[in-house]
Design a protein around this ligand. Structure first.
Ligand SMILES: [Zn+2]
Length: 330
């Protein structure tokens, strides 16, 4: 009740602030949000709020306070200088099954569109390397994890925060290793203490098609979600081109939007990858640099940010801070 009174009292002044930060027309700003999973409940191991309840609130705040557009339309309108004030897009990365099972009904309830960037190497029963580590850490029945022989340290696992710390330490140690070495280490982990891992974390082809048929956007995200900057140009090209082709085959429509895996400029992708994206006929691509896009900015490096907060005031302040951030114009 207090929350809804706060919301109605604050709604008008906050809309004034966000409208001045993000007016319509040629000075418009486009806020693109990035999500990954939406789960039934908060994820206690990861210590993050990623629940359906929280996502429902955020989509409600988006739909009541912003003009939510499909990304492909927003890209056209940013070029034409015809974006509405407080323009926003919602995007998802990777292709988790919960995107179709949990997020889609929430988006439909609020009447908004989203774009889903899908790494096709994991659909139909696959699992991404980070999820192998996460799901393995959730399940290993030990109080002390000794991985010193693998150069991955020794970790107390008695409490949830300790287990979380151990998980993040492993993820950070593995993230930028060459693909084959990382795979070897993860295989070693899984054979050290075997646990049963889920086979239904990612979408099936039918779920990707269902999102498309529900009016949602489908975008490329490579086949195997590599750090593009660590690949040869030929390997990067194949990752991007084959993913596009597979998605176009599934939805029987062109795929013209892309999101770089991990997405940090000059670290996760380089200028040659932007050229590949352009050459393959994509209209725009998204990064994970935060900020809001505006007319004249690089459409192949659109900034995005994560607004995972359930509190209305915090959500609006977070959005305002993101809109106020200067993004280079090319
Ligand atoms: Zn991703």
């Amino acid at each position: 009740m207090t929350e809804s009174i706060n919301r109605s009292l604050l709604s008008f002044p906050l809309k004034m602030i966000t409208s001045s930060l993000s007016p319509s027309g040629k000075n418009a700003r486009l806020s693109i949000s990035i999500y990954h999973r939406v789960q039934e409940e908060d994820d206690e191991l990861l210590g993050i709020s990623a629940s359906a309840t929280s996502f429902d609130l955020q989509v409600k705040y988006f739909s009541e306070n912003f003009n939510v557009l499909p990304l492909h339309e927003a890209v056209q309108r940013i070029q034409n200088g015809t974006l509405p004030s407080r323009a926003a897009c919602i995007t998802f990365d990777d292709g988790y099954a919960d995107n179709e099972e949990i997020a889609l009904p929430i988006l439909q309830k609020h009447g908004v569109s989203a774009t889903f960037f899908v790494a096709t190497g994991f659909i139909n029963g696959g699992i991404m390397w980070n999820d192998v580590v996460i799901e393995w850490m959730r399940r290993v029945p030990v109080d002390l994890l000794d991985l010193t022989k693998m150069d991955l340290g020794k970790h107390e696992m008695n409490t949830l925060p300790q287990r979380r710390e151990a998980l993040f330490s492993l993820i950070n140690a593995l993230k930028y290793l060459p693909f084959e070495i990382r795979k070897q280490k993860i295989d070693q982990l899984c054979s050290l203490i075997p646990v049963s891992l889920p086979g239904n974390l990612m979408m099936t082809s039918e779920q990707v098609l269902k999102l498309h048929r529900s009016g949602m956007g489908i975008g490329g995200h490579t086949t195997n979600h590599p750090i593009l900057a660590r690949l040869t140009n030929e390997a990067a090209y194949s990752e991007i081109a084959e993913n596009k082709e597979t998605l176009e085959h599934i939805i029987n429509s062109p795929v013209r939007l892309f999101a770089y895996p991990n997405g940090k400029p000059n670290q996760d992708y380089l200028s040659n990858h932007i050229e590949i994206i352009k050459g393959l006929g994509f209209d725009a691509a998204c990064t994970t640099t935060w900020g809001a896009a505006k007319k004249g900015c690089d459409l192949y490096q659109l900034p995005r940010f994560t607004p995972w907060v359930s509190d209305y005031l915090k959500f609006m302040l977070h959005m305002s801070r993101n809109m106020a951030r200067n993004v280079d114009v090319v």
